[in-house]
Design a protein around this ligand. Structure first.
Ligand code: PCA
Length: 323
């Protein structure tokens, strides 16, 4: 009898340990607040994977930079400190200039062109990330980028000398070519930067302005430039990925494709709805006038040349596939 009990105990602990070995838990680092549509979409993705994996994979989301701040997420996932995370792609130009392609002004100015550009660049990006030990899951664009300012802007002269919040090398370059003085600041710190007067203008989506309640920090004007749709991507550490069985990997990919479709839809809704929200909060929402538009087009042409030099033949191949 004792022996039977003994064998039984061994069997139970064996089964438990097998279960334990195949049950993975991933922490998902998200830079933007829980209410942001990227975070909400990622949270639904995590929930769906967790529910459908039959206990094999649990994904726990950490929005608002609570696990790692935006600027830390790429490295954290690469080194496995976080198994999965979302990062703004065009802030990673130093990793690979191809990651900046979606922030080149006037290259893709509509959602359908943004999708075309994404499709033309995806294979090369997946390969590049893979070589850094990362598995690419999905990418979703922010709504069209526009100019925010505390004061009214009618000409390039009105922009000169303004303290400008930038989010990547492309927006830093726009500021330089316009005569503004740029500082790189993560989205989570925008409200503070405007309220303390550290900055007085920026280019970002109506969504990020709405999420930061930018009108509460003395910002009155939003001018829609709609010259690019920068994306966030969700990436997984390859070692973590390799611990999953094939069925679970397939499930993650299938849910990622679904999240991508939903995310693009949510972005399109925000592109209309969030501009409305800015106006309803009392901001003056309009377009840049033709002289400013001409200025930004010229800036875009300069940047296109500079980017081509950085991106070399890989960049040229993606651009010709796009066009
Ligand atoms: N919001 C992010 C990136 C682009 C956007 O629309 C930000 O401002 O940091």
């Amino acid at each position: 009898m004792k022996l039977v009990k003994y064998i039984f105990a061994i069997l139970v602990s064996l089964i438990l340990s097998i279960n334990f070995a195949i049950a993975e838990k991933w922490d998902m680092a998200l830079a933007y607040g829980a209410g942001n549509f990227h975070s909400a979409n990622a949270t639904e993705f995590a929930k769906n994977v967790t529910e459908k994996s039959g206990g094999k994979l649990t994904i726990v989301t950490h929005p608002g930079g609570s696990l790692f701040k935006g600027g830390e997420i790429f490295r954290a996932v690469r080194t496995g400190q976080a198994q999965i995370g979302e990062r703004f792609m065009s802030a990673l130009g130093k990793e690979d200039p191809l990651l900046e392609i979606d922030s080149q002004p006037f290259l893709a100015t509509s959602y359908s062109d943004a999708m075309k550009l994404y499709k033309a660049s995806k294979a090369e990006l997946v390969k590049s990330l893979d070589s850094k030990g990362l598995i690419f899951l999905y990418a979703v664009p922010w709504p069209a980028q526009g100019l925010y300012s505390k004061k009214e802007i009618n000409s390039v002269n009105d922009l000169k000398g303004l303290k400008f919040r930038a989010y990547n090398s492309a927006t830093i370059r726009i500021a330089e070519l316009t005569g503004m003085s740029p500082t790189k600041i993560e989205a989570a710190e925008i409200s503070q930067a405007f309220s303390t007067g550290a900055v007085e203008s920026m280019i970002t989506s109506p969504t990020t302005g709405k999420n930061s309640k930018i009108w509460e920090n003395g910002v009155k004007y939003f001018y829609d430039i709609a010259a690019w749709f920068p994306k966030n991507m969700v990436i997984v550490n390859k070692d973590s990925w390799n611990k999953l069985d094939k069925a679970t990997q397939d499930l993650v990919m299938q849910q990622a494709a679904l999240a991508e479709r939903k995310g693009w839809q949510l972005s399109k809704q925000g592109n209309v709805g969030d501009k409305k929200a800015l106006a309803e909060a009392g901001m003056i929402v309009g377009k840049v006038n033709s002289s400013l538009q001409a200025h930004f087009v010229k800036v875009g042409e300069t940047m296109a040349k500079e980017w081509s030099q950085k991106a070399g033949s890989r960049g040229a191949a993606v651009l010709s596939a796009y066009k």
